[in-house]
Write a protein that binds this ligand. Structure first.
Ligand SMILES: Nc1ncnc2c1ncn2[C@@H]1O[C@H](COP(=O)(O)OP(=O)(O)OP(=O)(O)O)[C@@H](O)[C@H]1O
Ligand SMILES: [Mg+2]
Length: 250
């Protein structure tokens, strides 16, 4: 059976003044795939992801989600259609518990309003616990977000994003700033979400060990352009990648 295309961009371009951050990027992510975007600092990876979810408005080009043209669509509408970029730590509520952080996302998804009344503390507690279990954090239900390790904060961000029920999950450097072992543990969890729960995943990553261990397809960006998109085995043989990442060794 032919694989469905989850995300497709056509000639995506973005300029910030004179800086062409993203140039003519035509990227395809198949449904069920775990795809990495790699490239040097400033290559345009984050901008590209932000253009896909319209967090940053594009200069030109098109974005399709499961064949539907979502170019220019409001981010919350894109999210409703199943495409979500992971919250960043700065968007966690540090004084609230993990449970409450997830609760906010669930309330948002359900479109529930409490007016001026406070949200009951245990509202949707079981559902919050279930969401936290998906990222291996059920034991931290009542822990305050500010007291979590950096790695657990990253897991909590992912739990919040998953609570919005995406089909496609975009992760910008999910292992940045965490120790190597914890980085692998986060990626094991992400791979389980991909393999067992069927999420399509597009992630940006600098650690080449992670990239080559956890990707079905690797897309390489440089100076705003997509220079290659292929299987890890073939990307390993790519001249640009050899020069930039693998020490130029043949
Ligand atoms: N809001 C902005 N205003 C002006 N220039 C920007 C803005 N965002 C990004 N840029 C520029 O666009 C280019 C691409 O940046 P981007 O953050 O997408 O790179 P990146 O590949 O994610 O890099 P890194 O690996 O360091 O995260 C850079 O030259 C950056 O300085
Ligand atoms: Mg970036």
């Amino acid at each position: 059976m032919e694989k469905k295309i989850a995300v497709k961009t056509e000639n995506l371009c973005k300029s910030f003044g004179a800086v062409q951050a993203v140039r003519d990027v035509s990227l395809t992510v198949e449904e069920g795939q775990m795809q990495a975007i790699i490239g040097p600092n400033g290559a345009g990876k984050t901008t590209c992801m932000d253009l896909i979810v319209n967090k940053t408005p594009l200069s030109s080009g098109k974005v399709f989600l499961f064949g539907e043209d979502i170019t220019g669509m409001k981010p919350y509408k894109i999210a409703k259609r199943g495409l979500n970029k992971c919250f960043q730590i700065s968007q966690l509520f540090p004084a609230l518990t993990c449970c409450q952080n997830v609760q906010i996302a669930l309330i948002q998804k359900l479109g529930k309003t409490f007016g001026l009344r406070p949200v009951p503390k245990d509202y949707l507690r079981d559902e919050c616990a279930a969401e936290l279990a998906r990222v291996g954090m059920e034991h931290l239900l009542d822990e305050t977000a500010a007291y979590l390790s950096y790695g657990d904060q990253r897991r909590l961000e992912i739990a919040i994003t998953l609570a919005l029920e995406p089909k496609v999950l975009l992760l910008d450097e999910p292992t940045a700033g965490v120790a190597r072992a914890e980085g692998y543990s986060i990626m094991d969890m992400v791979r389980r979400l991909n393999q067992e729960e069927g999420y399509t995943i597009l992630f940006i990553e600098h650690d080449m060990n992670i990239v080559f261990n956890y990707s079905d397809i690797i897309s390489v960006m440089d100076h705003g352009q997509l220079v290659a998109s292929d299987t890890p085995a073939r990307i390993k043989e790519n001249e640009f990648v050899k020069q930039a990442y693998l020490g130029g060794a043949a």
